[in-house]
Design a protein around this ligand. Structure first.
Ligand code: VAH
Length: 312
């Protein structure tokens, strides 16, 4: 059976549903920081878990003999720049606990998300390669780069089958955005469906690597299903699908939502976005485990607009 930590987060919501489709609801335990009574019935079985409480984590893992653990709890780039020490502690200490306990209790496979945020101002801007320079300039990126090396270390030293991908900015309709720099691309849809003008916190020509959540979830499961011996990367795979600017996604939405307006007022997140590549080369993921995205910008925009709920 499977444990998902951070099950109420942007990735966790969809990943929990997908894994339950596959393995059965009762075999996938959702865990997050929020109290059980706050969580809707369909998210059950659910357990409140503070991933920083190693004792609680150990008893949960010792009791349940999980075959897989997905560790998604983290603080993202923008929030991390506001609370660097807290971001480092959450992102790193929780990963080290999971790696250590997964070896101790012989968990079969572990998944941990990295990010294109491991790249920095000196990385290649276009088609940034798998082995490119990773000199992140955000604490979030630093924690993801360090985490990748810890994952590789646990694979090499302890034989732990831990796998990871460098997600681009992820766009989804379930759940409000969570402190990421790329979350403008989620916020913009909420404004569009509410008939409000969108105030974008990045400049209109800021191209960033992006991916629709349906593609991101499928990539995750395809990586986890791949035979271990076919994986040449044990830090984290570059993953790519789209690259677009705020102007490009605005134009695509405005085609479907006549009269939709945008204005650009860059804030501190512009510097974070400017430090990242504009597009990613994921040819190693394609070679090792057949990765191929399914959603282009137009298809994503249509799917988002037909699924997004108008939050009160
Ligand atoms: C963030 N959505 O903006 C995350 C992601 C590449 C961006 O890591 O921090």
């Amino acid at each position: 059976n499977i444990l998902i930590i951070g099950a109420l987060g942007q990735i966790g919501r969809e990943l929990t549903d997908e894994l339950r489709e596959r393995y059965g609801k009762e075999n996938v335990l959702a865990a997050d920081i929020r109290p059980k009574e706050d969580v809707s019935f369909e998210k059950q079985p659910y357990i409140q878990l503070n991933v920083m409480d190693k004792g609680a984590l150990e008893s949960l893992i010792a009791e349940n003999k999980f075959t897989q653990i997905y560790h998604l709890a983290a603080m993202l780039s923008a929030s991390g720049e506001r609370n660097p020490q807290a971001a480092w502690a959450l992102n790193m200490d929780s990963l080290l606990s999971i790696l250590d306990l997964s070896v101790k209790y012989k968990v079969g496979k572990v998944f941990w998300p990295s990010s294109i945020a491991v790249f920095g101002p000196d990385s290649t801007k276009q088609n940034c390669p798998q082995q490119g320079v990773t000199e992140p300039s955000t604490i979030y990126g630093i924690s993801k780069a360090a985490g990748e090396y810890w994952c590789k270390y646990y694979f090499e030293k302890h034989g732990l089958d831990v796998r990871s991908v460098r997600y681009p900015g992820l766009i989804s309709y379930t759940g409000a955005p969570g402190g990421g720099t790329t979350d403008y691309a989620v916020d913009i849809f909420h404004s569009a469906v509410k008939g409000e003008k969108y105030t974008c916190f990045l400049k209109e020509d800021t191209a960033l690597p992006m991916m629709y959540m349906h593609d991101a979830i499928r990539a995750t499961l395809e990586l986890m299903d791949a035979p271990g011996e076919s994986l040449s990367v044990r830090t984290a795979y570059n993953l790519s699908a789209l690259s677009f600017t705020p102007k490009e996604i605005y134009d695509a939405i405005a085609q479907e939502v006549p009269g939709f307006e945008i204005t650009y007022t860059p804030d501190f997140r512009q510097q974070i976005a400017d430090s990242w590549p504009q597009s990613i080369d994921d040819s190693v993921a394609t070679k090792d485990w057949g990765w191929k995205p399914a959603y282009d910008l137009k298809r994503m925009v249509k799917d988002m607009l037909s699924n997004i709920e108008v939050y009160p």
